[in-house]
Design a protein around this ligand. Sequence first.
Ligand SMILES: [Zn+2]
Length: 221
Amino acid sequence: MKYILVCISLILLSACGTSKKIVDKPIVFNEERMQLTKEYLSTRHGLEQENPTIIPRMIVLHWTVIPTMQKTFDAFNPPKLPGRPDLATSSSLNVSSQFLVDRDGTIYRLMPETTMARHVIGLNHTAIGVENVGGSKELPLTKAQIKANIWLVKYLNKKYPIKYLIGHYEYTNFEGHELWLETDAAYRTVKTDPGEDFMAAVKKGTKRLNLKSAPEQTIIN
Ligand SMILES: [Zn+2]
């Protein structure tokens, strides 16, 4: 009897381990967004490509501060940036990310994994973005989001030649790195997302993968 119970719980455990699902919830990717994305690759990264695709070598984790999944989806959905004059001078392509993790840990895929999204200056040409709903003082990121991010990093690491796992707040450390491609030395924004505690928790859960963190800050003369 005891043996049977152990078997049953093992089966349940392994089922749980693989039962995480990705929910496809695509944002608009029409001809306009296609053209704007190709333009971004050209003007910001200096890459002329027939298709706006990436080879993912990095995962960048974010928080949205926007309090709900739907409001975040609505913000990313239009192809063109509504407002944000600070960003619009660099490109009018709207911001987005390939993945969005809701507060209950549900993982939404907003775009094909290898289509470029605008979520991190200098690195979009090679970085998959994972946004997490929340992050403000009132709505700190959840344990379910930590678990979902760990699962997602493992999933992506199996499919692509991922070398780096970083938090958005670390991105400027890549200036001067071979993966850094940004044509304008003045185009930077200061970021704190997704917080050091969240990063540490996801790093701990994916330790086995030996993914690198951001390099030490490179001094540019
Ligand atoms: Zn961010």
